[in-house]
Design a protein. Structure first.
Length: 366
């Protein structure tokens, strides 16, 4: 593409809607696509077609979403490794204020249920900045469709006054597809001095870029990885939540939903029964094994896998004859992966979990 001049590339005026602010979390990381905290695995895979073709497609969409200015090919791979990315692309944008690198990486997480939280959370610390140092900022949002949006302003070296600014926006959709846009106030990710005071796109413009509908066709073309495949005819995450909520005990306040409008096997509610905030998750699929004529019940409890010290879970799986299964899990924290316990025990007893998972209302998804 090298040396091309961009035409009118006007950004969107639409404001990204926000419904629920994410609770405080811990253990995120920096700005490129891939696992942030070492607990979430994002396996690299090839996008359909050649790597060059994938990059061309990404750059073509990216160019159309940028503001007016000169756009040219980015040096090297435009920002280093992007673990887990199916496709990536980068350009250097000069809007008259100085050349700046803008890159995009697209992929899909292995386990959306886990990675939606682990990859879209700010670390703890004063003002939510944490390891980003005194110059950094980090903002979390949950969009109306259940997608997680993470906005970060940082420096290449957080305590260096002359180092380049690195700003990013990461979107993780409920189906596990993921898009990260990164920009600098320098024309390259390494070894280039700043050419302008700040990167060219504001945080809101970055948010508009990653949530643009133009990315959907490309994101939807990525194959789902093992463990994250959604069966034909699967309900949406919100449909699962709409089924789960009436089954919860009366008086349990709901203050957060992660589900989405896309087909899914998993959804999460954040709840509070007056004894502390907690999370309740449901997974529905046809991958169980039960050759009998009666439902099979499995129970698990104790320390929650992938979670920090003190985080406990109770979980019940009811597998109907033929393999249709429903798993309901309750935690003693509202953020199972990234926050510590917010209460002594999960909000649902084993008996309540068995009743919820065994309810006939789930049969609508069989």
């Amino acid at each position: 593409m090298g040396g091309t001049t961009g035409g009118a590339r006007r950004g969107r005026a639409a404001v990204v809607a926000v419904s629920v602010a994410l609770a405080g979390t811990a253990g995120a990381g920096v700005v490129y696509a891939g696992p942030f905290d070492g607990r979430s695995e994002v396996t690299a895979a090839a996008v359909p077609g050649s790597e060059a073709e994938a990059e061309r497609r990404v750059v073509s969409v990216l160019e159309g979403l940028l503001p007016e200015g000169e756009v040219r090919e980015a040096p090297g791979d435009g920002g280093g490794a992007a673990p887990g990315a199916y496709a990536k692309g980068a350009v250097v944008l000069d809007d008259g204020e100085g050349p700046a690198l803008v890159s995009v990486a697209l992929g899909r997480t292995d386990s959306p249920a886990l990675d939606l939280v682990a990859l879209a959370g700010c670390p703890d610390g004063p003002g939510g900045v944490g390891r980003w140092g005194p110059k950094g900022t980090c903002t979390e949002r949950v969009l109306p469709d259940g997608s997680g949006l993470l906005l970060v302003q940082d420096r290449v070296a957080p305590y260096g006054e002359r180092d380049a600014e690195v700003w990013s926006a990461r979107l993780i959709r409920p189906d596990g597809s993921m898009l990260t846009a990164t920009e600098l106030n320098a024309p390259a990710a390494e070894g280039a001095a700043p050419t302008r005071a700040v990167p060219p796109l504001s945080q809101e413009r970055l948010a508009e870029l990653v949530t643009a509908g133009e990315w959907r066709t490309l994101l939807d073309s990525f194959p789902r990885r093992g463990g994250g495949e959604v069966e034909p005819g699967a309900p949406s995450g919100f449909a699962l939540l709409d089924t789960l909520e009436p089954l919860l005990p009366q008086g349990m306040r709901r203050f957060g939903r992660a589900g989405g409008t896309d087909p899914a096997h998993f959804a999460r509610l954040q709840v509070d029964d007056g004894k502390g905030e907690a999370a309740v998750e449901v997974t529905v699929d046809h991958r169980g094994t039960n050759d009998t004529e009666e439902p099979r019940v499995e129970e698990r409890n104790g320390p929650a896998p992938w979670s920090g010290d003190g985080v406990l879970h109770r979980s019940v799986t009811v597998t109907r004859p033929g393999g249709f299964r429903v798993t309901v899990t309750a935690y003693n924290t509202s953020r199972p992966l990234l926050a510590g316990p917010t209460r002594s025990t999960p909000p649902l007893s084993p008996e309540q979990l068995r009743e919820i998972a065994g309810s006939g209302t789930w049969d609508r998804f069989r």
